[in-house]
Design a protein around this ligand. Structure first.
Ligand SMILES: [Zn+2]
Length: 143
């Protein structure tokens, strides 16, 4: 088993490589933000990422976090989700998938493509093709 500090360094260079692959210049601040979100397949808001960074002992302004996340999403490093109209969620999983949204807790979880089948879709307008389908399945506790 490797030393934990070594594991962190390896993970850090992997994050730097992923930024580079997406054409994003790796600044120290961008790396810090990316390390938080890319640590696991997860959905986090800009507020949660700001809090996590503060928990790690450094202040990054909410505006910087938000701008950086938008930049990451624009370059395809992460995916931005608009689920409830209240806040943007940022998804570290950029593979095609759908979502469950728990309306009570706000929690998002992934639904794999093969778990959903569409029986009928409208014809796209002339000259257009489907680029993707976003699906959010809203959940609530049974009464
Ligand atoms: Zn997801």
């Amino acid at each position: 088993m490797s030393h934990p500090a070594q594991a962190v360094r390896v993970a850090g260079s992997e994050v730097a490589r992923r930024l580079q692959v997406c054409g994003i210049r790796a600044t120290e601040q961008r790396l810090r933000i990316a390390r938080v979100l890319l640590a696991a397949p997860q959905h986090l808001s800009a507020e949660q990422i700001t809090e996590a960074l503060e928990g790690l002992g450094g202040h990054v302004s909410k505006a910087t976090v938000y701008n950086t996340l938008n930049l990451f999403a624009k370059h395809g490093l992460i995916r931005q989700l608009n689920v409830d109209g209240l806040r943007a969620w940022f998804d570290s999983n950029v593979e095609a998938h759908y979502h469950f949204h728990d309306q009570d807790t706000g929690q998002l979880s992934d639904v794999a493509l093969p778990e959903v089948e569409f029986a009928k879709l409208p014809e796209p307008p002339a000259g257009m093709e489907f680029a993707g389908i976003d699906l959010v399945i809203r959940l609530r506790r049974r009464a």
